[in-house]
Design a protein around this ligand. Structure first.
Ligand code: SF4
Length: 394
């Protein structure tokens, strides 16, 4: 088997998808294909070498022409490019709690789901942009197609799922809400508070920015460890065209204000600006990366996926060579701004290439790279000790 770079393979799989050979039956093993939230999680959860989780597109039309094939042989899975075998891969394991029910009798999968090693919840009604007439949803988004109309979970039910997931090694859970006027953080607060107090998991929050910035203080007090702000595009015209609801009711500035406010309060490397690469010109994506790292946050960069059923399903998937440039820039900007990444234990995200995976895109290995790697190593060890102590002693 040829030497391969698993980070670059993950990125190329995001751009090109994979075809599943007849020899494979992933529906009987691993996690079933699930359609969740904005749609990025609608692929096959694979684990590549180096334990890299990757949600690989399989349903989109571009994936049907992919040069990559998943093949099974003697009980093992392999990623092939054409006939060339690239590497062995595993299907992400189905957690035991996927077959369990809460004490109220609901399937736990109705409450939460795993994305890589992150436990994800969408405990609110569907995003308000999907309910407007005419619809004002972001054009790449599938949330309105995917969020079920099952009853919203109670805090107790969410805590039960967190406890079950924690027993299987989960360290981080993530709450997501769409547009709810100015109330999304108020709605999420009891969940964050309940989970933090009763499980001590690390808790992330992703919701449209609130103009009343004091609501972030409220969420930090409730136990939020991390906020991510999906402003999607740095180019104002692309933002307005692709995200009409965000343009009309929020505006780009609200995202910047909230990101800067929370980063100022919580410190470097705690929060993220989330963007989509492959729709706006590359220069704008570079500017986004520079802006986000410049304020001390880390960039979460999604490779644009033209998810089936969305308004952009017929758009092309981005070119791998362009995305390579984006992720190389991401790594260099994090390094040059000394943004800590990958510090918290066991957070392996399958939907994006995270900044801590940026090392795969390094161009050589300079003194600056070595100093950055050393700093991250020290922070990582220190945080792990602290995290274990918090789990044990509160
Ligand atoms: S804000 Fe946009 S991306 Fe987020 S759920 Fe609503 S429509 Fe989807």
């Amino acid at each position: 088997m040829a030497q391969l770079n698993p980070g670059k393979l993950k990125l190329e799989l995001f751009c090109k998808g994979i075809r599943i050979d007849e020899s494979c039956h992933p529906e009987n093993e691993g996690r079933a294909l699930t359609k969740i939230r904005a749609g990025l999680g609608s692929g096959l959860e694979l684990i590549l070498p180096d334990d890299l989780y990757c949600n690989v597109p399989v349903l989109e039309s571009f994936a049907k022409d992919s040069p990559f094939r998943l093949v099974a042989e003697d009980g093992a899975y392999y990623v092939n490019r054409g006939e060339e075998r690239l590497c062995r891969a595993r299907l992400a394991e189905k957690p035991r709690w996927y077959d369990a029910r809460t004490s109220t009798g609901r399937p736990m999968t109705e409450i939460g789901s795993m994305q890589g090693t992150t436990l994800a919840f969408y405990p609110t009604e569907v995003c308000g942009f999907w309910k407007m007439e005419p619809r004002m949803n972001c054009r790449f988004c599938a949330t309105g197609l995917n969020v079920s109309d099952a009853a919203l979970p109670t805090v107790d039910e969410v805590v039960e799922v967190c406890r079950a997931a924690r027993r299987e090694g989960t360290t981080f859970c993530h709450f997501n809400a769409g547009y709810m006027g100015g109330s999304s953080l108020d709605v999420l607060k009891p969940y964050v508070e309940g989970v933090k107090k009763r499980t001590r998991l690390l808790v992330g929050v992703q919701a449209p920015p609130q103009k009343d910035l004091s609501k972030y203080d409220m969420m930090i007090d409730a136990g939020a460890d991390h906020f991510s702000f999906c402003y999607e595009f740095h180019n104002p015209e692309v933002f307005a065209r692709v995200c009409p609801g965000k343009q009309k009711y929020l505006g780009q500035k609200a995202f910047f204000d909230a990101l800067e406010y929370t980063t100022e309060k919580m410190g470097k490397g705690r929060n993220s600006g989330e963007i989509i690469a492959g729709v706006e010109p590359l220069e704008d994506t570079f500017n986004a990366v520079d802006y986000i790292t410049g304020v001390g946050a880390f960039p979460t960069i999604c490779v644009f996926r033209p998810v089936v059923g969305t308004d952009m399903e017929n758009e092309p998937s981005p070119k791998y060579e362009d995305m390579l440039r984006v992720y190389r820039r991401m790594y260099e900007a994090c390094r040059d701004n000394s943004v800590p990444t990958g510090i918290a234990p066991n957070i392996k995200t399958s939907l994006v290439v995270l900044p801590y995976e940026g090392r795969y895109f390094r161009d050589g290995y300079s003194g600056a790279d070595a100093a950055y790697a050393l700093k991250l190593g020290i922070l990582r060890r220190a945080f792990r000790v602290l995290y274990r102590a918090k789990l044990m002693f509160g």
